[in-house]
Design a protein around this ligand. Structure first.
Ligand code: APR
Length: 246
């Protein structure tokens, strides 16, 4: 048996015995669906921007039309892509084993939900959600926002912004707390398709390890979390997640 086959076998046994599995995913799980990562999406018209010029509240206040158009561009790019075998394996495991798997994602592309995963904890928001830039007043109604780039409140001028977590913004508290509870309570923590560089998301793997879980990484390349893991499975998520969870 090859080294990888041995490790896969061991991880499969841990998963079979686990009362509770927590999964943390990142941009890599969507790579095989053809979703460009944030940086890879900066091509064509957008090639000369840095992420901080597009994905911060300051940038939006400075030039709302430019930042809104960038998010509309990303929304359009995502409309044509489909969940891949990795997304589907996670959703199928959850359906076969109700209540045993908590899925935490840093992705804003909605592909886990489209594959059928339930209760996905979206730490960095949702690219397809809209919300108000400033606190909503009585006149602010998202379903009645005046068209524009960005849409706005016809009453007070409040602007609609995408429901993603921008650089420098706090993560949604309820999702983060639920993710921390899952990391603390799980027997196996599966970390797939993330470089493990961005906190507090990456901290969930450390939390799970300290709490006694087996930590398993699925990634074709090295990650910042490799030293925290009990097993590092080198391969893509569309290939390995079905093998692990099937
Ligand atoms: N399967 C699994 N992993 C893959 C695949 C694949 N097919 N292809 C690439 N990867 C891995 C890369 O090796 C890398 O480790 O996916 C990881 C992607 O890393 P990042 O681009 O840093 O993405 P992520 O970890 O999700 O970034 C976290 O940072 O940019 C911000 O808010 C954004 O949510 C994002 C956060």
């Amino acid at each position: 048996m090859s080294h990888l086959a041995n490790d896969l076998d061991m991880a499969r046994r841990w998963l079979a015995d686990a009362a509770h599995v927590a999964v943390l995913t990142g941009a890599g799980v969507s790579a095989e669906s053809g979703v460009p990562t944030f940086r890879d999406a900066l091509t064509g018209l957008w090639a000369h921007f840095r992420p901080e010029e597009l994905a911060t509240e300051d940038a939006f206040r400075r030039d709302p039309a430019r930042v809104w158009d960038w998010y509309q561009h990303r929304r359009r790019m995502l409309r044509d892509v489909l969940p891949n075998a990795g997304h589907r394996a996670l959703a199928a495991f959850q359906q076969r084993h109700p209540g045993r798997l908590t899925l935490v994602t840093q992705n804003v592309d909605g592909l886990h939900q489209r594959a059928g995963s339930e209760g996905v904890l979206c730490l960095h928001g949702d690219l397809f959600a809209d919300r108000w830039l400033d606190a909503a007043r009585a006149c602010c109604r998202l379903d009645a926002a005046a068209a524009g780039s960005p849409p706005h409140c016809g009453g007070c001028g409040n602007l609609v912004r995408p429901g993603v977590v921008w650089f420098g913004e706090a993560l949604p508290v309820a999702a983060l707390e639920a993710a921390e509870r899952a990391a603390h309570a799980c027997d196996v923590m599966l970390v797939a398709g993330t470089s493990g560089q961005v906190y507090p998301a990456a901290g969930l793997a450390h939390l799970a390890r300290r709490a006694g879980a087996q930590v398993v990484i699925v990634n074709p390349g090295p990650t910042e979390l490799d030293d925290t893991a009990h097993l590092v499975l080198a391969g893509t998520s569309a290939r390995l997640l079905p093998e692990l969870l099937g």
